[in-house]
Ligand binder design. Sequence first.
Ligand code: LMR
Length: 395
Amino acid sequence: MFEHIERVPGDAILGLIEAFKKDTNPQKVDLGVGVYKDDQGNTPVMRAVKEAEALLLKNETTKTYIGSHGAPAYGEVVLPMVLGEGSPVLEAKRASATQSPGGTGALRLAADFIAKELPGKDIWVSDPTWPNHLGIFPAAGLTLQKYPYVDAENRLDFDGMLGALKQIPEGDVVLLHACCHNPTGFDLSREQWQQVLEVLRERSLLPLIDFAYQGFGEGLDEDAYGVRLLAENLDEVIITSSCSKNFGIYCERTGCLILVAKNEEQMENVRSQIAIVARENYSNPPAHGGSIVSEILHSAELAATWREELTEMRDRINTLRRDFVEALKPYDLDQKYACVAEQRGMFSYTGLTPEQVDRLRDEFGIYMVRSGRANVAGFSHKNLPYLAKAIAAVN
Ligand code: LMR
């Protein structure tokens, strides 16, 4: 039965974890998978998370099912975090939250929902986008199309993007990155979000906003600008949010599918369908990650600690971006890589070619995705001089 099945290469991003572990070079540097690292290269458990887990261990009374939409206490805190305290969308009861196994799980729920309820609608993603988007939507039976996002000089191609959005058939779905665009790090300005809103409205396009890195760009509220603008001004919006990254609970897979509908009645209809989609995928989401998030955000003290820790992470990444460009100055490469200081979030599309990335791996033990995407959180004050020297050698 299985004789015809061929072996395929593993996932390009997750494969880097294993390849890095095996490398015996003492100077090796991991700029691969998108997890935050401190200056020692560790991904520690956040203080607020540790405290919340201690409380959960003490107070938890049951491990029974939490329902297909997940724990109501989790939805209660995620909705205002994403849509804003006092959001008119929340006041009008237009938004529904469904806890999901990570942001990836939320994307799959969205994909299955679109395939079932909006048959014949294609999904448009930025070129480039997170490689897993290219897998998730076709796996759910959707046809994937692309709109331009970066130009040949490795700059945001907003005119190209907007021009392409204007040509998309009415009613299709457009995937947008809320902030910290993965893989490029190029984000839209407020004026650009406004222009995108106008095109979406004119052409009746349905936005699906991937919001995996809230808090890693400019701030929790600042990063939500585009999401809130669209949710408040359009009848229908789909948002896939993640707490796996900003709470540093990657392995707890903590996401949320948020559906914004025209009114409460339509929201309840859509919500009932999402429960079925979740049930058919995995029945109930795992509880632990959501419990951590709601424990933290329901406590003023823990929430303040968490915000402080998130700010530290964001500030560290933004400082490293500038320090990276500075480290390239002695090699006259600071102008060439100046974009790294302008981009936001965990990732930078460096402009390094696949051949240069291969050389960095083989000759220097520096690991990143072959597209030239580097996880900036993998930079450290210790490895920056080594990185700069290696990049100069392959240029
Ligand atoms: C990444 O892009 O590195 C992260 O989102 C992790 C993943 O699942 O790919």
